[in-house]
Ligand binder design. Structure first.
Ligand code: ASP
Ligand code: MG
Length: 421
């Protein structure tokens, strides 16, 4: 059994869907579970729909119409808009979405409503791809991944109930996937009271890894619009090079520090079962790409990771006392309560600093709470975090040059720099 994952960019238009069909044709006869994301930027658009619903801005209907027009333009170009089965399914999904979006909601229900609405991106895209494949004579079964990926109720960041998920996938999905390729959604799951949950933005890679783990798959292939895992974003660094082999632990570190090519949660389930991860180009499917596996050879090049939209928060006690266990306990509790992920933490006798993804709303509330603890806060908004993994002598100069470094942290061969954007 192999798991394939196609992201939004691979199915952003009709040509993309056709290309997916070609890749699947090249693999006909294999046992496949194919995980697909929402088309193009649909998830961002659905997020706007959620905001419009929750804040009753009156834009909901227009936004849904735009989403529908986008998908229908793809259907038209696929020349399958006359397929009744396809249009029935898509119409029904949009009807359901419209009904949901009309239901009045309270702002406290934001995360729950988010999951119910945003999940439509994946449901719609997989229906389109599955019907298109059937029309082209490529047998497949559309499966609702919510019947298999079982989670808790942490909406927008749901945790997998591994035992139940593993059991049901082994019992019900495996026999189906052994018969025909399965087409299913990434990113979405089912919570304790049968509601839809989501696994966090860009979570489809993680879904693919969950299916792989539970099916003891032979490999996972993530089909991307880049050649594989590169040592830097080629848009930022000329001469970025492809890394042909990567160990699981290097891949985890790179993903954790923000190399956006793999979702950070993806590697661990694969590593646990020694399942290789292939990152390949959907434009050049015959090229090798990157193989992430148990391979233990050390990385031979430095890797550069750039994270924009970061905020640096410095905390000091007002009474010039030290930042000790007691304050740290409060600080960490607040960070956990606000679900703020710190990309960098640094503390000294009288100060504690952290760098996190900027989320204005969340940060304002967090800072207010920190101030209530008697801490003085200083915020530098919108800084950039540059990480050099496997740093070498000249690698700092290569990316930092004359830029103003506000904070630098070195651990082993990993260096972090906070730069004013
Ligand atoms: N469609 C979701 C997102 O854009 C999940 C994914 O693409 O992995 O975040
Ligand atoms: Mg997506």
């Amino acid at each position: 059994m192999k798991i394939f994952k196609f992201g939004g960019a691979s199915v952003k238009d009709a040509d993309g869907v056709k290309n997916v069909a070609n890749i699947l044709t090249d693999h006909s006869g294999e046992n496949l579970v194919v995980v697909i994301s929402a088309m193009g930027k649909s998830t961002n658009h659905l997020e706007k729909i959620v905001n419009a619903c929750v804040h009753s801005t009156g834009e909901t209907a227009t936004l849904i119409k735009e989403l529908k027009d986008y998908h229908y333009s793809i259907l038209t170009r696929l020349e399958t808009s006359n397929s009744t089965a396809m249009t029935n399914d898509i119409e029904n999904l949009f009807l359901e979405l419209e009904c949901l979006a009309e239901t009045p909601v309270q702002p406290e229900e934001y995360d729950f409503v988010y999951d119910q609405i945003v999940s439509f991106g994946e449901l719609i895209s997989t229906k389109i791809v599955s019907h298109y494949l059937l029309n082209m004579g490529i047998k497949n079964q559309w499966i609702d991944s919510r019947n298999f990926i079982l989670t808790d109720d942490r909406y927008r960041d749901a945790r997998i109930q591994w035992d139940e998920t593993e059991k049901i996938i082994a019992k019900k999905l495996k026999p189906l996937a052994e018969r025909h390729p399965v087409i299913t959604q990434g990113f979405i799951g089912r919570g304790p009271v049968n509601e839809t949950t989501t696994l966090g933005r860009e979570g489809s890679d993680y879904s693919a890894a969950i299916f792989a783990y539970c099916l003891n798959a032979e490999s996972v292939t993530i089909w991307k619009d880049v050649a594989g895992v590169m040592n830097a974003d080629p848009k930022k660094i000329e001469n970025a090079i492809l890394i042909p082999h990567l160990s699981y632990s290097d891949a985890i570190e790179l993903a954790y520090y923000g190399a956006s090519v793999i979702h950070p949660k993806t590697i661990q389930p694969l590593m646990a079962k020694n399942i290789p991860l292939l990152v390949k180009s959907f434009i050049h499917p015959l090229h090798e790409g990157t193989r992430v596996s148990n391979h233990s050879e050390a990385l031979s090049v430095p890797c550069y990771i750039f994270k924009n939209d970061q905020v640096l928060v410095e905390l000091k006690t007002r009474d010039f006392t030290f930042i000790v266990e007691q304050n740290l306990e409060h600080i960490f509790r607040l960070l956990a309560n606000f679900k703020v992920r710190c990309n960098i933490i640094q503390n000294s006798a009288i100060s504690f600093s952290f760098v996190a993804d900027s989320n204005e709303n969340k940060m304002q509330h967090l800072i207010a709470e920190m101030e209530k603890l008697g801490l003085e806060t200083r915020i530098t908004a919108l800084v950039e975090l540059i990480t050099i993994y496997n740093a070498t002598e000249g690698s700092k100069n290569a990316v930092i040059g004359q830029k103003e470094v506000i904070l630098e942290q070195n651990t082993g061969s990993t260096s972090h720099f906070i730069i004013r954007s």
